[in-house]
Design a protein around this ligand. Structure first.
Ligand SMILES: Cc1cc2nc3c(=O)[nH]c(=O)nc-3n(C[C@H](O)[C@H](O)[C@H](O)COP(=O)(O)OP(=O)(O)OC[C@H]3O[C@@H](n4cnc5c(N)ncnc54)[C@H](O)[C@@H]3O)c2cc1C
Length: 379
């Protein structure tokens, strides 16, 4: 039961977006750039954004050599280079919205670690550097074995290390918080604790049905356009979408005295990643060791994978060093047949921007930009 005041002031908007992750927030930002006087509402089911954007590792990833080569084994060179460009453009857009300080960005590159079994990748670095020449002026990938011990890594396990000059690190919490403050300063409204149950294109606009935890009845919001940015949860509202959820496990240690590890690192085709953060080591990944259990929307821990992450720390990342675990968490990503995100018009008034894979921090703002363009062209 609404009051007349609520109905007149809180229900009708020009644009509604579902999901307050990086894609929803970037879409709101670019809609406000295009239509400053039009109203934009974001509906978020959690009290905080509750998907991947505040639960990731904070890598501005372009793709590690082994991941790019793995992609090239079943995708065309053009597709792989296009995806690399999309990530680069996304990061440029995010930087232009917030500036580097507001996202805690450090352009210090990254490193990929190689073990006995996968050093053949090294032979293909000249090919990869040539392939990416249109996107990166100098060599993107350079062998840096001399730095393995500088970072305190176990040299008997880590046989080679390749520096990637294109990547950087982000403080992902700071970035999303500042993106929220930025869009709110432009007049975007965000309602949290608002799970969307269903939606409808009425022919004149969209209706969005939200559960309301403090009342028996639901609230139906109305708008001219609706954009769905729910990524790993997309099939809850759009069952036919080619989107499969993929959970990512993460842990962070307590501060470690004398820690030598600095910067960000990948290994095993990007399935694992670790970084230094405030003198602690954050490590994540291992989804490939239990795809079945990790194909889920449930934000929970997988004990086997968490133990596997601890084992990697002990074995070669911080060997011979005592550490305590401070926090463990998971986040939900979205995958599908293609590695490209889905950016499309679903019906006359409804738009979709989902399936960011493991790269949504890099590409999210470019996806928001393209969604806002799509909406502006259609309306
Ligand atoms: C562990 C982990 C590590 C990662 N590391 C990196 C990395 O280093 N670099 C990188 O580029 N990417 C990384 N990613 C991927 C990246 O975080 C995601 O691709 C990106 O955050 C997706 O953004 P999004 O806005 O599309 O989705 P999300 O951030 O998931 O946002 C979707 C939002 O929709 C909300 N929602 C869902 N359903 C509803 C509903 N019915 N009603 C209302 N709201 C709803 C959710 O609560 C959520 O807040 C990682 C992801 C994880 C989980």
């Amino acid at each position: 039961m609404l009051s007349i005041w609520e109905r007149n002031a809180f229900i009708q908007y020009d644009h509604i977006i579902i999901g307050s992750g990086i894609v929803g927030l970037s879409t709101a930002y670019y809609l406000k750039q295009k239509f400053p006087s039009q109203s934009v509402l974001i509906l978020e089911r959690g009290l905080l954004p509750t998907g991947a954007s505040t639960r990731n590792a904070g890598f501005a990833c372009m793709g590690s050599p082994s991941e790019l080569l793995d992609d090239l084994s079943h995708r065309s060179e053009k597709e792989v280079v296009d995806l690399f460009r999309l990530r680069k453009n996304g990061l440029t857009r995010l930087s232009s919205i917030l500036g580097h300080a507001a996202m805690g960005y450090k352009a210090e590159g990254s490193h990929e670690l190689f073990f006995e079994e996968d050093t053949t990748v090294i032979d293909q670095l000249p090919y990869l550097n040539q392939l990416l020449r249109s996107e990166v002026e100098s060599d993107a990938f350079v062998l840096r074995n001399e730095k393995i011990e500088t970072f305190g890594l176990n040299k008997t396990k880590v046989k080679a290390m390749v520096e990637n000059c294109c990547e950087g690190q982000i403080d992902t919490g700071l970035m999303i918080k500042n993106l929220i403050l930025m869009v709110m300063s432009l007049g975007v409204e965000i309602k949290t604790g608002c799970p969307v149950k269903s939606f409808l294109d009425t022919g004149n606009g969209a209706e969005v049905v939200c559960l309301n935890s403090f009342a028996v009845d639901e609230i139906v919001f109305k708008s001219k356009t609706l954009t769905i940015c729910t990524n790993g949860f997309a099939t809850q509202l759009l069952p036919a979408m080619d989107v499969v959820p993929g959970r990512g496990q993460v842990l962070i240690t307590k501060p470690i005295a004398g820690l030598k590890l600095k910067g960000i690192f990948h290994f095993h085709q990007g399935y694992y990643y670790c970084r230094e953060y405030n003198c602690c080591v954050l490590i994540g990944g291992g989804r490939n060791t239990d795809f079945e259990k990790e194909t889920t929307m449930e934000l929970a821990l997988n004990d086997n994978i968490q133990q596997n992450l601890v084992d990697q720390l002990r074995s070669f990342i911080i060997p011979n060093q005592e550490f305590d675990i401070d926090m463990q968490w998971s986040g939900i990503m979205a995958f599908g047949q293609s590695k490209r995100p889905i950016i499309q018009q679903h019906s006359e008034h409804i738009f979709i921007g989902v399936r960011m894979g493991g790269m949504g921090i890099a590409i999210g703002s470019e996806v928001g930009f393209q969604l806002a363009n799509l909406i502006a062209t259609a309306h």
